[in-house]
Design a protein around this ligand. Structure first.
Ligand code: SF4
Length: 560
């Protein structure tokens, strides 16, 4: 028999004068559909049991906010199935989710409904579209939850009345946020750990909900907090970490103060964590910041480029991409400093006509952006873009693959142009051509890479053999996957030709076999995502900011 929340609360209520009751809490992240960022097809080729690219930061962060004296478990459906019957033993089941998870989120909430647990929902989707959750949960958390989530748990445990809706009024002071519970994360099944340094971004991009939820004034953790979290990530067994900030350089001065501390920590521990993040393109204007990031062991940076067309950038108020010299020059400087550039692109702006697809393709190829994520413009509720299109009568949800009426194209043209572009970019020839263009044309990048390798502890013979064995296992799995899809004869010769070509061209500076095999696996993943069946194109592709998995109920990452 389902139990009402009131009945549950009264059962949980501790007798007057006694210590608060010990709560048992489970935090769930619903399964994602295969996505560009999820790397599912590449993970399937990994020599170890990797099941998900990165845990959403919300789970360990929300666990970190649980007051002492309670039991908390994380359940990431991307690495393990949910046993709904087993959830009966918890007092509270918290579920987070993003827009792209809404289908699975709803299914999970419906399955939880009859269970004798209090169902709490937070996260980015409920924060922008609350009505979707009517009748699906007992308690909802809107926006950031550093104050409201522990307050709810304390009241519940003490037998005080609780609310069915919490919305934190003041923005979280990041310098007081407790450390996420990385100790609860099974690092064995993930490639990366998420770590958040700041929230908020000073820019004004029209399509972005980050600034709506987190504001335009970046709020940062202290360097001591960040170092403690890096240490916890290292102890949990991770070797790579994604700094999930909406814009890591939103406050350049603070970033410059933090980076030397990270460098010092990396040196002390033999550079245990390879770091990556996302940043606005003005990173390319700041040589000091670039150098500090490389010294701190940042390897990759994801940049919101959006469009090579100035009118489209102006329209969407991406003004930072228009300042100073060209975007190509800025990207070249970022790469020359030693960072791999990944880029986010959007098609469907009012200033985009049917020629935009070829322009985007040329820009991405010419600038050597190996990992390029191209999305269709998506009007996310609460954003200025959503409000404008609504006022213009151009919102139309009848087609899940395109939620608005484009100005200079039909919907069909936009959808088809986008699909064609994504498929062209994912072809092995184009993928490797642009990737090695960026790599071979930048001797500075290769020099930095060699210097970085020299400062790392030299791998032992055993480690080198293990790395080679891993590459061989991945190659064998890849060959099997290609064969199953009938593509072994067409794709394998391309991989071999590219590998030999770059060895011939770059000699000792050529990419080593294990790294190259990893890139083949990535290309395979991109190919599979680009050629997914038409019905799967309805899931919104992520925006640049969607990479940011803010580790609270406001986490933002959406999967492609
Ligand atoms: S898209 Fe990126 S740069 Fe633009 S406002 Fe959002 S977080 Fe800032």
């Amino acid at each position: 028999m389902p139990m009402s929340v009131d009945a549950l609360e009264s059962e949980l209520r501790s007798p007057a004068g006694l210590a608060p009751r010990r709560l048992s809490i489970c935090l769930i992240n619903p399964r994602f559909e295969p996505s560009y960022f999820g790397n599912e097809y590449a993970l399937a080729l990994h020599p170890q049991d990797k099941r998900s690219y990165m845990i959403t930061g919300a789970l360990p962060a929300l666990a970190g906010l649980v007051p002492d004296g309670h039991d908390v478990e994380l359940l990431d459906e991307n690495i393990e199935a949910i046993d709904f019957e087993a959830l009966r033993r918890f007092d509270v089941v918290g579920v987070t989710g993003m827009i792209v998870q809404r289908g699975r989120l709803e299914q999970i909430l419906l399955r939880l409904k009859p269970l004798p647990v209090i169902v709490a929902v937070g996260g980015p989707y409920i924060s922008v579209e609350e009505s979707f959750f009517d009748g699906l949960c007992d308690v909802r958390f809107i926006g950031e939850a550093e104050t409201t989530w522990p307050m709810f748990l304390r009241d519940l445990a003490a037998g005080r009345p609780t609310l069915s809706r919490y919305e934190q009024q003041e923005r979280t002071d990041m310098s007081t946020v407790p450390a996420p519970r990385y100790d609860l994360v099974n690092a064995r099944h993930y490639m990366l750990a998420p770590l958040q340094v700041s929230r908020g971004c000073p820019f004004l991009c029209e399509f972005c909900d980050i600034i709506v939820i987190f504001g335009r004034k970046p709020r940062l953790k202290t360097p001591d907090q960040v170092i403690a979290e890096l240490e916890a990530v290292r102890r949990a067994g991770f070797r790579s970490c994604f700094v999930v900030d909406d814009n890591f350089i939103g406050n350049k001065g603070q970033a410059k103060k933090l980076l030397p501390r990270i460098t010092q920590w990396q040196k002390q521990h033999g550079y245990p964590l390879a770091l990556s993040t996302e940043a606005s393109i003005n990173l390319g204007d700041d040589a000091e910041l670039l150098e500090l990031m490389v010294q701190a062991n940042f390897h990759h940076v994801f940049v919101g480029i959006e469009s090579p067309r100035s009118e489209s950038l102006k329209e969407t108020r991406k003004n930072q991409n228009l300042h100073g010299d060209s975007m190509a020059d800025k990207l070249r400087r970022i790469r020359d400093a030693g960072l791999v550039v990944e880029g986010g692109f959007i098609v469907g702006f009012d200033n985009d006509d049917a020629a935009i697809f070829e322009e985007q393709f040329r820009f991405i190829q010419d600038n050597g952006i190996g990992l390029a994520v191209v999305s269709k413009l998506t009007p996310i509720p609460s954003t200025p873009l959503h409000a404008r299109l609504k006022a213009e009568g151009r919102l139309d949800f009848s087609d899940p693959e395109c939620l608005f009426l484009p100005r200079q194209m039909t919907r069909e043209q936009l959808k088809q142009g986008h699909r064609d572009l994504v498929q062209r970019l994912a072809s092995a020839e184009n993928f490797f051509a642009r990737l090695f263009k960026g790599y071979s044309e930048s001797s500075e990048f290769r020099r930095h890479r060699a210097e970085r390798a020299a400062q790392m502890p030299r791998p032992s013979r055993r480690q080198r053999l293990l790395s080679l064995a891993g590459a061989l296992i991945t190659s064998a799995k890849l060959a099997r996957a290609l064969s199953a899809e009938g593509m072994l004869r067409s794709l394998a010769p391309v991989y071999i030709r590219v590998y030999r070509g770059q060895r011939k061209q770059l000699g000792a500076e050529a990419m080593p076999l294990p790294s190259f095999v990893g890139l083949c696996a990535l290309q395979w993943h991109q190919h599979r995502i680009a050629h997914r069946s038409v019905e799967h194109w309805g899931a919104a592709l992520p925006r640049q900011a969607d990479l940011a998995a803010a580790p609270t109920s406001s986490e933002h990452r959406e999967a492609a």
